[in-house]
Design a protein around this ligand. Structure first.
Ligand SMILES: [Zn+2]
Ligand SMILES: [Zn+2]
Length: 270
């Protein structure tokens, strides 16, 4: 698939809509006449298109400071990429920018201040295969493998008779949608900084995590009961308050262009 998608406007470009429609038609035709390879090829092209659209939306939401919406789209990108990579080769993933997208999705997620999530635990009565409706049991499986495509359709195990058992609060959730924070109380400085510099969703950037030492005098405004600037999660008193120098986490952003002088300064919160 040739991709010329970069902006939100491109998503509604009549030429692109036309070419996506023709892939959808092609897929239906291939399913009908049993051309499984062609149907799967169409599935891949459509999935890669969806992934690009999702990422462009996420990038725009980040730029417009709608961080929670962007977070959910980044999560969808991750799930989408998983299915795609399971069913495509390396060349396809690079060519459709899918590799670029997953690399950036993980980096954006790492810049979010979210750390607590709600995780529901379920009891599932039984599963069926989405391809053939077979009831999946430990010793009775159909020939379809979960996450693989068959004749242009993704095989999933559909859960039936689900019951919520418990809800727990976790830091590394299986799904990242249920964030437990109020965005208004969080610090999005890092995301804001890098998103102000990036102009296009597909501009190259990277980050490098290090630490930096600052003399204690820079932290004169930190009260002893405040969180320690070293981000240990402990109070300042009893952590770094007696040290001459305090080592704090630092991120270097690596860009393919020089940073405009007005954006060079990052604010120091202490
Ligand atoms: Zn099956
Ligand atoms: Zn400390």
């Amino acid at each position: 698939m040739k991709i010329e998608l970069t902006t939100l406007e491109d998503i509604v470009n009549p030429e692109i809509i036309k070419s996506i429609d023709s892939i959808k038609k092609e897929k239906l035709k291939s399913i009908k006449c049993g051309d499984e390879e062609k149907a799967n090829e169409c599935w891949r092209a459509l999935k890669a298109f969806d992934l690009n659209v999702l990422y462009i939306r996420a990038f725009n939401n980040i730029k417009n400071k709608r961080y929670r919406d962007a977070w959910n789209e980044l999560e969808k990108c991750e799930i989408n990429y998983e299915f795609l990579s399971e069913n495509s080769n390396e060349f396809f993933l690079i060519n459709t920018r899918s590799k670029f997208i997953i690399d950036k999705v993980i980096k954006w997620q790492s810049l979010y201040p979210y750390c607590l999530f709600v995780s529901p635990g379920f009891k599932v009565g039984y599963y069926t295969c989405s391809i053939c409706d077979h009831r999946v049991r430990p010793r009775s499986r159909c020939g379809h493998k979960k996450g693989k495509i068959y004749n242009g359709e993704l095989c999933l195990h559909v859960a039936h008779d689900m019951e919520i058992l418990e809800v727990s609060i976790v830091s590394t959730p299986a799904q990242k949608y249920s964030v437990m924070h109020d965005d208004a109380t969080l610090d999005f400085t890092l995301i804001e900084y890098i998103s102000n510099i990036l102009e296009s969703a597909f501009e190259e950037w990277d980050l490098n995590r290090t630490t930096m030492r600052f003399p204690k005098e820079r932290f004169a405004n930190v009260r002893s009961e405040d969180d320690c600037p070293c981000k240990s999660g402990r109070e300042f008193h009893g952590c770094c308050s007696d040290k001459k120098e305090i080592e704090i986490p630092h991120i270097d952003f690596i860009l393919s262009k020089s940073i405009p002088p007005d954006k060079e300064e990052i604010s120091f919160p202490y």
